[in-house]
Design a binder for this molecule. Structure first.
Ligand code: PSV
Ligand code: MN
Length: 414
């Protein structure tokens, strides 16, 4: 027996003794789905500097190749989010792009329109005081709905850099109304069966007011639109100390949680690797999701089954693919720990007001070393037990370094 086998056997016995159905846990882990972002494979940087990374993807096909490699090594990253216009294929053929992805075993996930890179968007996009600029942004969004149809994407992921930098610059209520009108138009163009997820961010790049600063605003807007509109929670887009897991629970309870942009933040929206700064927070978020799924609240349970789990990270100094693999692994570990919470016992402790016992029972799951369990799951899935080690051995990094070189083009963030 290899090392993980012995450790797994001990852990499986311990878990079974606690009444946990290990086979059920493994099945859930095999069905986990983490979508990777095309821009995570490209060069990126801060507003101070982009450090070109040898082997970073510059074309859409290269990004798809990299996403396919991550999926091959983990088995749980079968889709890739695209950003338009960064990912408009060289030949403009989105159907061919979809087929290329499928041939590599992945699919096109969320389509992200871009409302922040054109000169025209200096004063915003949907919130812009100029109706002609709003229309330009709307046309771009409708074009993205068309791209969804061509690529088979079922999620339109919407984030706006809109807001103002100075008090008095614009009318805040007026800007909200412009957003409402434009969202109503977007809603009409959504492909059947698809969803739009509205992302909020509490500051940056607008420094006085941000038009969609918090989950409440995104929720309110999505509520007015209908069932196909939901809220997107980007972990990096909150102030210090915000209880993100509570926001997740509230949105689940209301059937309005559309998905996540996973990353981590120490100070600002740094797009650090998810789980690298605060793995406990990530565990607690997964705990809310698993609790909703297995719980008896019908709205929350249904909502938990249609959540888009996406990474939204830019790897500026740490390389691209290994960092993406690390992010996927961190999500696997947090989900695995959340699956190990003894929910029946927890409910009993909660009902009797056993505060510390309940808290400690939850933390027992967090403190469990789930690495042998995940190694076993990977072995059963037929993927490498250690995806990062397998990546390093594969020769892929050397190959893309040689073939692609060190391009100065960003292929993503400038
Ligand atoms: C903005 O900070 C953001 O989180 C939005 O999700 C964008 O779509 C993404 O980064 C990449 O531009
Ligand atoms: Mn985001």
């Amino acid at each position: 027996m290899s090392n993980h086998k012995a450790a797994y056997a001990v852990l499986a016995d311990e878990l079974s003794a606690k009444g946990i159905d290990v086979e059920q846990v493994k099945t859930a882990l095999k069905h986990q789905h983490i979508e990777t972002p095309s821009w995570g494979y490209a060069n990126s940087g801060t507003r101070f500097r982009v450090y070109p990374w040898a082997g970073a993807a510059t074309t859409t096909r290269q990004k798809l190749d990299d996403a396919a490699m991550v999926n091959q090594l983990t088995g749980v990253a079968p889709s890739v989010a695209v950003h338009i216009p960064w990912d408009i294929p060289e030949d403009n053929d989105f159907v061919a792009m979809k087929q290329y992805a499928e041939a590599k075993g992945i699919s096109i996930g969320a389509v992200n329109p871009n409302y922040f890179q054109d000169d025209e968007y200096r004063l915003g996009s949907f919130g812009n005081p100029d109706p002609a600029i709003q229309e330009r942004a709307l046309d771009h969004t409708i074009e993205c709905c068309e791209i969804m149809r061509k690529t088979g994407s079922t999620l339109l992921s919407l984030w706006y850099a809109d807001g103002t930098n100075f008090a008095g610059q614009d009318n805040i209520v007026g800007r909200m109304r412009r957003f409402e009108r434009n969202f109503a138009e977007v809603y009409k163009h959504l492909p059947a069966g698809s969803r739009m997820a509205i992302e909020y961010k509490f500051f940056e790049p607008s420094f006085y007011n941000t038009d969609i600063p918090d989950w409440g605003t995104a929720y309110m807007m999505s509520l007015r639109l209908g069932d196909q509109a939901q809220v997107l929670v980007d972990l990096g887009h909150h102030a210090h100390g915000v209880n993100i897991e509570q926001i997740v629970a509230v949105l689940l309870a209301e059937g309005k949680l559309g998905g996540f942009h996973f990353n981590n933040r120490k100070y600002a929206d740094d797009d650090l690797i998810v789980g690298s700064v605060n793995p406990y927070e990530l565990f607690l978020i997964y705990h809310e999701l698993v609790s909703a799924e297995l719980g008896d609240d019908p709205v929350a349970s249904k909502a938990s089954k249609n959540v888009a789990y996406m990474l939204d990270q830019c790897h500026n100094i740490e390389g691209k693919l290994a960092a993406t693999l690390q992010s996927v692994i961190n999500c696997q570990e947090s989900y695995a720990k959340a699956l190990l919470v003894q929910r029946k016992q927890l409910a009993e402790l909660q009902a009797t007001g056993a505060v510390l016992e309940a808290h400690n029972l939850l933390n027992d799951a967090f403190r469990t070393d789930v690495r042998p369990l995940l190694a076993q799951v990977r072995e059963e899935m037929g993927v490498p037990i250690d995806p990062i080690a397998a990546y390093k051995k594969s020769g892929y990094e050397e190959k893309i370094r040689k073939e692609r070189g060190r391009a100065s083009a960003s292929g993503g963030f400038q």
